[in-house]
Design a protein around this ligand. Structure first.
Ligand code: ZN
Length: 363
């Protein structure tokens, strides 16, 4: 979506006054990033608890009189060297201890949206892990209402349309997930769908068939993490047994050519999180990330930040590093931005609006 025709025509105008130098107007493709702003995107893979920045963790701990096991910000940041998914999850759950009140959840959500707006996010589908808070004695209403109260005004305040997705922890039982889903439905929580996250290996999609069937009956959208650390068969099972509409991560599909063909054919969205994959050692370095191969295969991939406070950046940081490290082209970045918008659960009207903004963004 490079649109430089109109500008080129302007530059060729006024040939009758050759000695008056016409200011050179660069084609849009040459306009530096800071002029046309970040790429407008939809963020489809984002855990709100993963947006808790160290500064906010300390601020909330002080407000709630909670003693943190770190002396200062530097000591907390030094814990951000992860060896695998589990080593991250241990810190992630420990830091959630600072979230106690509706106001805490609201402040965290507001902080994400304000940063996401700068990153170019125009629509966000935000996952919340209710079980991670219930197990700490925080009421379901507290976490859901705290986040939802800010999402209700996100479009007016931040220019970001939003949807809330209740994600379930796959290392807990299906009965626990079902119980929480029934409570969410009973309280008429404003959720658009359900997801499946946390420790993947050893907790295959087959474990959650009743949960996803119940969500489908209730008219909810369905997504699941699969093929991040788990094998390609988890992606197949998420599609076949859980009837998911999107796969979160899905990078290990590349190990199964037949699966790739199926995903390409069905245009199944894969919400890829490059910086997260590097931090959690799903891939060794960004240079070795399968994203270029996934694009070349014709997969419907988008770029997302997952848990940006922990993984070194928001969506704009992911795009910037993909460009500088992998040499990803502007064309591919725009293509993935369009994928993110089309793969969202936003209304058709909202998608059209966002695609129009992308087309006229100068990218
Ligand atoms: Zn995730």
């Amino acid at each position: 979506m490079e649109t430089n025709d109109g500008v080129a025509a302007t530059g060729d105008a006024a040939p009758d006054n050759a000695e008056t130098s016409t200011p050179e107007i660069p084609a849009f493709a040459e306009v530096p990033e800071e002029v046309h702003g970040p790429l407008p995107v939809a963020e489809l893979h984002l855990h709100i608890e993963g947006t808790l920045e160290p500064e906010l963790i300390f601020a909330l701990a002080e407000r709630n009189g909670i003693q943190l096991p770190y002396a200062d910000l530097d000591e907390l940041r030094s814990r951000y060297e992860f060896t695998d998914l589990q080593s991250f999850l241990d810190l992630y759950y420990a830091n959630m201890a600072v979230l106690r009140t509706e106001q805490d959840f609201a402040d965290m959500t507001r902080a994400y949206l304000s940063r996401a707006a700068l990153a170019g996010v125009r629509h966000a589908e935000i996952m919340l892990d209710p079980q991670a808070h219930l197990s700490r004695g925080v009421a379901l209403e507290t976490c859901v209402n705290g986040v939802a109260s800010v999402l209700a005004v996100s479009e007016q305040e931040f220019g970001i349309s939003t949807l809330l997705i209740a994600a379930f922890l796959r290392d807990l039982s299906e009965d626990s997930a079902l119980e929480v889903l029934e409570q969410l439905l009973a309280m008429n929580a404003q959720i658009a769908g359900i997801g499946l996250d946390s420790a993947e290996v050893g907790h295959p999609p087959a474990k959650f068939q009743r949960l996803f069937s119940r969500a489908k009956d209730a008219g909810l959208h369905r997504i699941a993490h699969a093929g991040e650390e788990g094998p390609p068969s988890y992606i197949i099972d998420a599609l076949d047994l859980l009837a998911v509409e999107r796969i979160d991560h899905g990078i290990r599909c590349m190990e199964d050519p037949e699966l790739v063909e199926r995903l390409v054919h069905a245009l199944t969205p894969l919400t890829v999180c490059p910086l997260s994959n590097v931090r959690l050692r799903a891939v060794d370095t960004l240079a070795e990330h399968p994203l270029p191969a996934m694009l070349a295969a014709g997969l419907n991939v988008s770029v997302n930040s997952d848990d940006p406070a922990y993984f070194g950046g928001y969506v704009d940081d992911n795009f910037a590093q993909l460009k500088s490290v992998i040499g990803l082209s502007e064309f591919d970045c725009v293509r993935m931005a369009a994928n993110s918008i089309r793969s969202s659960f936003a209304s058709e009207e909202r998608k059209t609006e966002m695609l129009a903004e992308l087309a006229s963004s100068g990218h």
